[in-house]
Design a protein around this ligand. Structure first.
Ligand SMILES: [Mn+2]
Length: 607
């Protein structure tokens, strides 16, 4: 039995996927009453399997006291012992972090800890393009030559068997903290902290790399204080670091449930009141001063600016931003990131447009996309691949031809494991690996055609045909009586939204267009509608759906997929629907001359 889907001729040409079951009304009433919440909120809680008052309350009111202690991460105590010992015996420590937000923030926390403890230390972040991901033998040897006695990794190292051996051979103590997937054998490090070490399933197995670093800071601080009761300096540090942990937890797209939800709830509040000069400067250039910072602000504004350093320049600049105490220097670095981020956006937009044009020229849309150019920028390959996946709903690789070799990144659709596809094509590759959703590969230029063929055959065989039509997952169906300002504003208590806890999407059927639709925004990008739902009027806005305006006429009956929102535009707050997609209630196609592909194109270009 599958989840019910309906395939309306919707504006975005999506399959609408409805929730599997409807809540039992007795259970709904009793939970609603004991929580004192609107039935709409309660229905969503039940759909998230929060079916008793206790688990629902823990979700609705995240408590810091429910953060798990450092020892809940396998191997972390041993790592903390080694780091604390190196600090007190003044051995030189090198922190080796990854170049993404997760690595940058984790490195920042350990940097700040070691500085507060007057340790002898420095940091090393590999260059994304020149050195690539992870711990390399060359870098490790170089770090040993520069006198480090302890090498401490953040968000990398769990698969670096040879590099760790090289570090040991050079006489260093090696401490690995990571959260990436790995297969035996483990690297021969002196200590390893990993949420799923030796297949462990206790504790929080979904921690990001920076959250592991956060727990390490906590455990080392306890050792330096000689007690689990930390001195005010370290206590304040741990509170402040929830902001950095929240950035990484959102940016690394781990589920925002359980402990991660607590870390993010606290961290988002801490971000706007942070004393860190770099955080303040970053918030300023992203124009979030005096505004509340939510998951979307982090995911679409703050995190991309930090990542831009590694993509278009060097991630060291982002670490310097987050570790400097000098406000003027912080401003300068934030401006630098701003420039790099604009550069990234322009590059990404240009390559995405080129890539889409290449796909459109193909006589037939293949089951997987493999695009390769010499002049494309490797720093944005992954994001462009993600854009192609959004656009064409199939796995996509964006590759750069370096002459003799080709390398780049791939992204996948839900349900298609990219790392398995890569394993299947292993004989044609120099190297390759990653997760189900994202991966990197490298091959000899001569293998490109063979790789493309083999990947497409594999994808076509292992994907059901309808999997290539994009889905829109709907949380609940809205009844007219649910359209209520109070109920809609209460839904905010389910935030922060993100991976594992997406912003609720509702289906509402049979609403009537009550007045001529209006285009909004400087370029007419958006559309505003007055709807008649039973006897009531309700405003609806479709951001990016301006091109729907000519398709909508007064009296037309629509089915909508929406976010529930509250507008503060009027004197009284009002319930408002944010349209994601729509179709005609009579089942007729909404598109006249415009093709669905054109509609999807125009939406994409405005993002
Ligand atoms: Mn990570």
């Amino acid at each position: 039995m599958g989840t019910p889907t309906i395939a309306p001729h919707s504006f975005l040409k999506r399959r609408w996927k409805l929730p599997e079951s409807v809540a039992d009304s007795r259970q709904l009433d009793s939970l609603s009453r004991s929580l004192g919440r609107h039935p709409l909120t309660t229905r969503l809680l039940l759909a998230r399997n929060l079916n008793n008052p206790e688990s629902a309350r823990q979700f609705l009111e995240p408590q810091f006291k429910n953060i798990l202690p450092p020892r809940s991460i396998p191997g972390l105590e041993a790592c903390a012992d080694l780091v604390a010992r190196a600090i007190t015996s003044k051995e030189k420590i090198t922190i080796y972090g990854d170049y993404d937000v997760d690595g940058i923030t984790g490195t920042t926390m350990l940097h700040r800890l070691l500085k507060a403890a007057s340790a002898d230390f420095d940091t090393y972040i590999p260059h994304r393009i020149d050195e690539g991901y992870g711990l390399s033998i060359d870098a490790v040897k170089d770090i040993a030559r520069r006198g480090a006695r302890l090498l401490l990794t953040v968000d990398c190292g769990i698969t670096a068997v040879e590099a760790v051996q090289a570090g040991r051979d050079a006489g260093m103590t090696i401490v690995i903290t990571d959260h990436h997937e790995y297969k035996a054998p483990l690297p021969p490090a002196h200590a390893i902290a990993h949420p799923r070490l030796h297949g462990s399933t206790t504790g929080n197995t979904d921690l990001c790399g920076a959250a592991v670093a956060y727990k390490l800071v906590w455990a080392v601080a306890a050792r330096l204080c000689g007690s689990d009761k930390l001195t005010p300096t370290y206590r304040d540090m741990l509170i402040d670091f929830t902001a950095l942990t929240a950035l990484a937890t959102i940016a690394d797209v781990v589920p925002l449930l359980d402990e991660n939800r607590i870390l993010v709830s606290y961290g988002l509040k801490q971000l706007s009141r942070s004393n860190m000069a770099g955080i303040q400067a970053l918030i300023r250039v992203a124009k979030f001063e005096n505004r509340s910072i939510d998951g979307t602000a982090v995911g679409f504004s703050l995190a991309p600016r930090l990542n831009a350093a590694g993509r278009m320049g060097h991630a060291n600049m982002a670490v310097e931003l987050l570790t400097t105490e000098d406000a003027a220097r912080a401003d300068e670095l934030a401006e630098y990131l701003e420039t790099k981020n604009k550069e990234r956006q322009n590059t990404e937009r240009k390559i995405t447009a080129e890539a889409i044009a290449f796909v459109r020229q193909m006589p037939q849309l293949p089951s997987a996309l493999v695009l390769c150019q010499q002049h494309w920028h490797p720093g944005v390959a992954g994001i462009v691949a993600a854009r192609l996946v959004d656009h064409f709903n199939r796995p996509a690789f964006v590759l750069i031809d370096n002459g003799h070799t080709i390398s780049g990144s791939g992204r996948s659709v839900p349900g298609f494991a990219l790392h398995e596809a890569i394993a299947h094509c292993r004989d044609l590759l120099i190297s390759g690996g990653g997760h189900a959703a994202a991966a990197g590969i490298k091959m000899h230029t001569a293998q490109l055609a063979a790789f493309t063929r083999k990947l497409c055959d594999y994808t076509a065989q292992s994907q059901p045909a309808d999997a290539l039509i994009p889905c829109l997952d709907i949380d609940e169906e809205l009844e007219p009586c649910d359209i209520d300002c109070q109920a809609f504003s209460e839904l905010e208590t389910l935030a922060p939204f993100g991976c594992g806890n997406t912003k609720p999407k509702f289906l509402i059927r049979n609403v009537q267009v009550a007045a001529p639709p209006r285009r909004m925004g400087a370029r007419g990008t958006h559309v505003a509608l007055q709807l008649k739902i039973n006897d009531r009027r309700c405003r609806a806005v479709g951001f990016g759906l301006g091109d729907a305006e000519p398709l909508l006429t007064v009296g037309m009956m629509l089915d909508l997929v929406v976010h529930a929102s509250v507008s503060h535009y009027y004197q009284q707050p009002q319930a408002e629907l944010r349209i994601i997609d729509f179709s005609r209630s009579d089942g007729r196609p909404v598109h006249g001359e415009t093709t669905a592909a054109d509609a999807a194109d125009s939406v994409l270009m405005k993002l």
